[in-house]
Design a protein around this ligand. Structure first.
Ligand code: FES
Length: 363
């Protein structure tokens, strides 16, 4: 881990833009009286985004003043977490290579060598064209997909020096490459497909156990084997469903995916053929107005909304949502509906999709 110091060259001042100021005030107001300092990471992150990917000292000071925190307390946060950059970073991408043990054992040293060769021998220094910078960081929380890098809020996983080169080529072209593994697997699912919850007789055994524990009168078991004719039936589908809603854009633990998969599997096992999907059960009130297809055959790139990755974009498209202005016009009720549908409570508000969409729609 490198020593983290403020950059010797700093701008004279920092002021949040009007939009970011409004967002910051709304975020602070979400915390109970006396606990406003809890908004510090969110505000620092927004200040970093506004400052071209790094956090100048005046921005740290401004956030401290807004939260009524001692300057040293905000500095402690900003200098501790490697999500905050203390010096200017590459215009196209700042590459954070995980160098902790699992990633090291799976080849992170080769990734670091590739960064040294293509960007700069030294971490935190810019490439000759100013487009890239890199650093080594500690565990990024996705060790199952080692080795990996983080750029902004996206992880690029199961890398080799060659596939890292492909990711960098895409950034160099001005694209934001799709996050996730660079080998044939779905997120952190096993290579080659599911290896658990698919044993022959699994559902039959589950049915007997349910009957033993939940129905001593000897009535029909409450669990049923999956209906082979149902497109969404079976443990592998349950696992896929759990992974689908978890998404690659946030740091995630294997336990949350496993818990989601188990819940989904038990839900499927415990319902009969008339069971309905989560979407069917959702309250119709607030359901967003759907388009049959993108206007003019050209959908907006919804992934430009921070918090929307390729999977979520696909789900939104399935709902008939293709354009920024559709998201920009969501009512409170619609936001709630989509929130429930995507099964990640509060994310739309937390990432302020509507304000982001308004800005993007206006471009
Ligand atoms: S060791 Fe690299 S993500 Fe955990």
């Amino acid at each position: 881990m490198s020593v983290r110091r403020l950059d010797p060259s700093q701008p004279a001042s920092f002021t949040f833009s009007a939009d970011n100021e409004a967002w910051a005030r709304a975020t602070i107001a979400k915390f109970p009286e006396g606990k406003q300092a809890s908004a510090v990471i969110g505000l620092l992150w927004r200040a970093q985004e506004q400052s071209g990917g790094w956090l100048p000292e005046p921005a740290i000071r401004t956030v401290g003043e807004m939260l009524d925190m001692a300057h040293i307390r905000v500095l402690e946060v900003a200098t501790f977490y490697t999500m905050f950059q203390l010096s200017p970073v590459g215009k196209k991408a700042h590459i954070q290579v995980c160098g902790t043990t699992p990633c090291m054992l799976r080849g992170s040293e080769a990734l670091i060598e590739a960064c040294k060769k293509r960007i700069n021998e030294q971490p935190h220094k810019l490439s000759p064209d100013g487009n890239f910078s890199w650093e080594e960081v500690e565990c990024l929380g996705a060790c199952v997909n080692a080795p990996l890098i983080q750029v902004g809020n996206k992880l690029y996983e199961d890398l080799t020096p060659e596939t890292l080169g492909d990711v960098m080529d895409a950034f160099a072209r001005g694209e934001t490459p799709e996050a996730g593994p660079r080998i044939e697997r779905d997120f952190s699912a096993p290579i080659g497909g599911a290896t658990t919850l698919n044993q022959p007789g699994f559902y039959e055994e589950l049915a007997v156990r349910f009957a033993d524990t939940g129905n001593s009168a000897g009535a029909e078991p409450v669990a049923s084997p999956p209906d082979e004719n149902k497109s969404n039936a079976g443990p592998a589908a349950a696992l896929n469903e759990a992974v689908k809603v978890t998404g690659p854009d946030t740091a995630r633990g294997a336990s949350s995916i496993a818990a989601g998969a188990a819940t989904a599997a038990l839900t499927l096992a415990g319902t009969d053929a008339s069971a309905t999907s989560a979407a069917d059960e959702a309250d119709e009130a607030g359901k967003p107005a759907a388009l049959a297809g993108p206007r003019g055959g050209q959908a907006d790139d919804l992934k430009r909304i921070s918090g929307v990755g390729p999977k979520i974009e696909g789900i939104l498209n399935e709902l008939g949502i293709f354009h920024f202005d559709q998201v920009a016009n969501w009512s409170r009720e619609t936001t709630q509906w989509v929130d429930n549908y995507l099964s990640f409570k509060g994310r739309i508000d937390r990432e302020d999709w509507i304000a982001q969409a308004r800005k993007l729609a206006a471009e």
